[in-house]
Ligand binder design. Structure first.
Ligand SMILES: C[S@@+](CC[C@H](N)C(=O)[O-])C[C@H]1O[C@@H](n2cnc3c(N)ncnc32)[C@H](O)[C@@H]1O
Length: 371
């Protein structure tokens, strides 16, 4: 992300008399400049590239407290923090809550060079779970030993926000080292290696870089934020002024299963504690976690229950034209709880992790505001 643009600037020239006024550049509001700096993750449905559009709509709504119960990569919750709000975030997967613990809840903790040295140092008692379980599936043997060692050292970090920061750096390193950023493909992936930097860098180099990326975005907006691992239906809105809802939408084809694509990151984020590997699967997946937003049979009812749960808050819903149900159905549902509904639209191209979806990735993106 570039630094904040100045309104006008004078281009340096050999002599003062030659100085030339360059046309005014639009100045990025500081909240947006900060949010745009959030480390972008290759995550299905990430709104990172839509942050400035989302900001342009949110900025005109009066609110002080906000919830994001579908954290995902965490970038929208971070935008809300950058806008000075008090934010509660949740997701039914663990690793999005780790990312948000590092960037949203964490108001001040960073990792020093010495911390990084310790994390990268020896861990004689480290388990060999990753090395053995994912043999022939993901990464090289020495990469997997690195992940076992660094995971063991991260688990020793006492401060929870620093621990989350280190894990966030490891999660993003894993995404960068995995071709296409999804864990549905395994074995010999050399045909994906087009010489790009992300695949060329070692895990250690990635990790050091990612610690810097996450250190950079730590800031305090003067509010206390909370993170929870929970289904949206188990969250308690507690009179939150505004809720930003970004549930998975049932695609017209394919599926929207986050566990299938990101099971490795989910396992890594807690070193597979509480998870059982499905040994018979090619990529050593964990079991799918049911979400009512995953199928046509249950999606409409799920939207209805969710709107009812947050009926007391301003509802801001992200949706897209390639989802099921249709926009008109959602509008009808929302109108049961909200008197005024405004739909904002814009074109968008998603960068999904599956080839099958690439052709369908050009969509009309909606932001539906119900008050
Ligand atoms: C479209 S993504 C959110 C993307 C996020 N706004 C971003 O910009 O990165 C949807 C998220 O909902 C989560 N999810 C799916 N079903 C859920 C449920 N029933 N309750 C809570 N979270 C759920 C998934 O784990 C996923 O992280």
């Amino acid at each position: 992300m570039s630094a904040i643009q100045l309104d006008t600037h004078v281009e340096a020239r050999a002599s003062r008399s030659e100085a030339r006024i360059v046309p005014a550049q639009p100045m990025l509001p500081s909240a947006l400049a900060r949010a745009a700096d959030y480390p972008e993750l290759r995550y299905m449905g990430s709104k990172h590239r839509l942050l400035s559009w989302i900001y342009s709509i949110l900025k005109d709504i009066p609110f002080e407290t906000a919830s994001d119960p579908f954290l995902g990569s965490g970038c929208v919750a971070y935008l809300l923090k950058a806008m000075g709000k008090q934010v509660s975030g949740s997701d039914f997967l663990n690793f999005p809550t780790v990312l948000a613990a590092a960037t949203l809840r964490n108001n001040q903790e960073r990792l020093s060079n010495l911390d990084v040295e310790q994390i990268l140092g020896p861990a004689p008692n480290a388990a060999q779970f990753i090395e053995k379980t994912f043999d022939g599936v993901f990464y090289t043997p020495s990469d997997r030993r690195f992940l076992d060692r660094v995971s063991a050292n991260i688990a020793q970090i006492k401060n929870p926000d620093q621990r989350a920061l280190a894990m966030a750096a490891l999660i993003r390193s894993c995404l960068k080292k995995q071709p296409r950023g999804v864990f549905t493909v395994s074995g010999d992936l050399s045909h994906y290696d087009d010489g790009r930097r992300d695949l060329a860098l070692s895990f250690e180099e990635h990790f050091v870089e990612q610690v810097q990326e996450f250190n950079r975005v730590v800031f305090d907006n003067g509010k206390t934020h909370s993170i929870q691992r929970a289904s949206v239906f188990d969250t308690n809105p507690r009179n939150v002024d505004l809720v930003y809802l970004d549930p998975p939408y049932v695609p017209r084809a394919d599926d929207n299963c986050y566990v299938k694509r990101y099971h490795f990151l989910e396992g890594l984020s807690c070193y597979w504690a509480g998870y059982k590997i499905m040994a018979e699967t090619k990529v050593k997946k964990i079991e799918k976690i049911h979400s009512p937003f995953g199928s046509r049979k249950t999606a409409i009812n799920a939207f209805d229950r969710m709107f009812s749960l947050y009926a007391g808050s301003v509802i801001v819903l992200s949706y897209s034209s390639n989802g099921y149900p249709d926009l008109s159905v959602l509008e009808d549902l929302l109108s049961r709880y909200k008197r005024e509904i405004k739909i904002h639209k814009r074109d968008h191209r998603y960068h999904f992790g599956t080839h099958a979806a690439v052709g369908r990735s050009q969509v009309e993106e909606y932001l539906i505001v119900g008050r």
